[in-house]
Design a protein around this ligand. Structure first.
Ligand SMILES: [Zn+2]
Length: 378
């Protein structure tokens, strides 16, 4: 397989394996890196995630047509805020969220390694994505879910034939149970959407699409909701790769928005810490970003500084207001987690971080069709 796994901090290098361990020194998940290459826009073919094959692990794609999602100008919110605003509609992916990009690459890599069974802990979009791509590849999937998971999303996961294991207690218990089951099994691989380097590689394709569609001139700012932070890290890594190759003129400031009810990154950011400390999450409609201690937290904080991004938290009332406003004023129905980034946009415009006339993209992470008032899961 082209590429290697590298620690983002001490540069420890490892050859790709199906289930990479964290860096032995820093105890953080490794990152997939390509050898220096000569990719050009003209060398790309097809559409969607696998259009960017020169950037991805060299394996046979397990694909459902993910990526290539619409980028549309805002009709009312942008003009009102004075920003040149576009929305990236990730709800248009095959299972309804950006997680399909990561799942497609991760399952492709695991299938190439000869995997038969894969596991993850998720009660929401990531679980549905992994279940769908596992089904597509003919692999068995086991999803460890907290007891409070929403029935709509569980129904979607089960529809793909995945096995559900319900884990009592708070969300981190499901992660622990999934890891333990994989350690005790000879053929069950931990296919974590929060920790696997292969999943994050797939998310970089959002950056490639934005850059290519905007003719090599990426926006000044990009806003994303942050829970595990895979999308944030993938976006920035994707832009940095393009800048290294000379394919874009500037790297955008990418901002991380969290819900106040669960904002470990924002707290660490405000206190100037190098790594987040676990928080005790409160109740939020944005359950997709409710991760009390993101495994890549230290990398997220370092990356924010690298691209002059801002970490900010928004209140429940702001999230709900943004979520109700989008369908009415823009015709876009998203999950509440996506509205976190829209609420963040208002804050950054009001604070002058985003100046009038600047070009902004807000990534709307998932469709509203799966939302049920009981909660949405991640
Ligand atoms: Zn390290």
């Amino acid at each position: 397989m082209r590429g290697r796994l590298v620690c983002p901090f001490c540069r420890h290098v490892q050859e790709p394996t199906p289930q990479p361990e964290p860096c032995p020194r820093c105890q953080v998940p490794l990152r997939y890196e390509l050898p220096p290459s000569t990719v050009s826009w003209r060398g790309l073919a097809g559409r969607g995630v696998w259009r960017y094959r020169p950037f991805l692990p060299s394996v046979a794609p397990v694909s459902l047509g993910e990526g290539g999602t619409p980028l549309i100008p805002s009709s009312r919110l942008g003009p009102q805020l004075g920003a040149r605003l576009h929305f990236k509609l990730e709800g248009a992916n095959p299972t309804g969220s950006f997680k399909d990009r990561g799942a497609s690459v991760l399952v492709s890599v695991l299938a190439a390694f000869g995997a038969r069974r894969v596991a993850d802990d998720s009660s929401g979009n990531a679980g549905a994505a992994l279940a769908a791509y596992a089904a597509r590849a003919g692999l068995a999937a086991v999803l460890f879910v907290p007891t409070h998971a929403s029935t709509k999303k569980l129904a979607q996961i089960q529809a793909y034939g995945a096995e559900l294991v319900t884990v009592p207690g708070p969300r981190p218990q499901a992660t622990a149970a999934a890891k333990e089951a994989c350690q005790n099994s000879t053929d069950l691989l931990y296919a974590s959407h929060n920790e696997s380097p292969y999943f994050e590689v797939g998310l970089r394709t959002v950056a490639y699409e934005l850059a290519e569609e905007l003719s090599g001139e990426p926006p000044d700012h990009v806003l994303v909701p942050v829970g595990g932070g895979g999308l944030f890290l993938g976006l920035v890594r994707g832009f940095l790769e393009l800048a290294d190759l000379g394919l874009i003129s500037n790297v955008p400031r990418v901002h991380a928005v969290q819900a106040e009810a669960c904002a470990p990154i924002v707290r660490a950011w405000e206190q100037g810490l190098a790594a987040p400390e676990p928080v005790c999450p409160g109740k939020t409609v944005a359950e997709g970003v409710c991760i009390p201690l993101p495994p890549r937290g230290r990398e997220i904080l370092a990356t924010l500084r690298e691209v002059k991004g801002v970490a900010l938290a928004v209140a429940e009332e702001e999230i709900e207001a943004a979520w109700r406003e989008l369908p009415v004023r823009e015709g876009i129905y998203v999950e509440p987690t996506s509205a976190v980034a829209v609420a963040g946009l208002r804050r950054l415009c009001a604070a002058g971080v985003i100046e009038p006339g600047e070009r902004v993209v807000v990534v709307l992470t998932g469709t509203g069709l799966k939302h049920s008032p009981a909660g949405s899961g991640d």
